[in-house]
Design a protein around this ligand. Sequence first.
Ligand SMILES: Nc1nc2c(ncn2[C@@H]2O[C@H](COP(=O)(O)OP(=O)(O)OP(=O)(O)O)[C@@H](O)[C@H]2O)c(=O)[nH]1
Ligand SMILES: [Mg+2]
Length: 391
Amino acid sequence: MKLVVIGFGQCGGRIADEFARLGRRASSLRGIEIIIDSFAVNTDSTDLAGVQTISSDYRHRILIGAGTTHGHGVAKISEVGAEIAKEDADKVLDAVRTAKHLFEADAFLLVAGAAGGTGSGATPVMANVLKERFADKPVYALVVLPFEHEEMTEERALYNTALCLKSTYSAADAVILVENQRYVRKDFSLQSNMVKINQLIAEPFFDLLCAGEEQKPKHIGARMLDAGDIIQTLAGWTAIGYGEVKLPLITLPTDWSRNFRKKSTRTHKGLQAMDEAISELSIGCNPQDAYRALYLLAAPASEMNIELVKELGDHLRDVAPQAVIRNGDYPREKGLLDVTVILSQLSDIAKVREYYTKSAGLAKELKEREKVQASKAELAEEAGKDVPTLL
Ligand SMILES: Nc1nc2c(ncn2[C@@H]2O[C@H](COP(=O)(O)OP(=O)(O)OP(=O)(O)O)[C@@H](O)[C@H]2O)c(=O)[nH]1
Ligand SMILES: [Mg+2]
């Protein structure tokens, strides 16, 4: 699958940069193209300069709202981010149109952190605009949810997140949710290691995007998972997960049907990788709420057979009984068996509901506060009405 990736705000720009690196890796190591082009869009010029792999010209690192923010960001007000994106949408569209081989792209992937101002405001607006202009290409959004400490200390973080989720869900074809906190739970040292978190966020997409672009017969599986399968799977709220098991580097060719013990070890490893992928999903969710799903098994050809693919399918069906499941196998490097899982069209995500509930009250409170502030300001002005002015 070939993507055009556009990152909005600081978080979005950095993760889009990570996708740009996945694209380079695919072309240098595998000789295939998965990222047609990548862009970073921001109201903050310093953040744009911090991006590393995305081309450094102004068409790939796009400053929006320069007239309003003078390159200094929108200070976490997502309504301002959205307004600026509406005004400067053409600037982004013009840049995207210059992407080489744009017609070959299967979809757009927009990326943003939901808690800030620029990314959370601009992503739904641009999803809308892109859907209008490119009717034939799905628009997906990868939205990063804030850390717990941000939710507890900044009510704006909660409010922006709710605004961003609601608007992006209604504009994009699918919203892939990624919880920052999940990576910290796994390894606390990651709290301050955004680079590592961003790598962990992007990595599960590598095999998934590569599998359908392979041309060499030795890397084409019995059932190739291509862009069509992914597009058919992605809809609404979506989670992605990845699990791997290391394998011995040297394995002797085996007759699977005769060697029962070896067969069960293989199955065990496959299931272990799949269980890891499901327990490490990018957002906490109940797989029973998924109406679409896919899994991709990648391993050396000698380690896979159709039976193993089927057993993994049976396992996923037990976990996500409602889902229409697509699958593929991808013969790859020695020494590793990995499984990528997508659960999509999730009917309910507790975390999303929680953002909505908390922010509904907050929306009222913010309005109330504005009113109180306005009436206090009026009183202050009234008190000074008899003081002469110098102007
Ligand atoms: N995973 C990850 N999260 C990030 C990164 N940078 C920021 N975040 C998270 O994204 C949210 C803030 O979004 P930013 O991208 O910094 O904000 P912005 O879109 O630039 O908006 P403004 O700065 O308010 O104009 C917070 O929840 C951060 O924890 C990053 O590189 N990776
Ligand atoms: Mg910023």
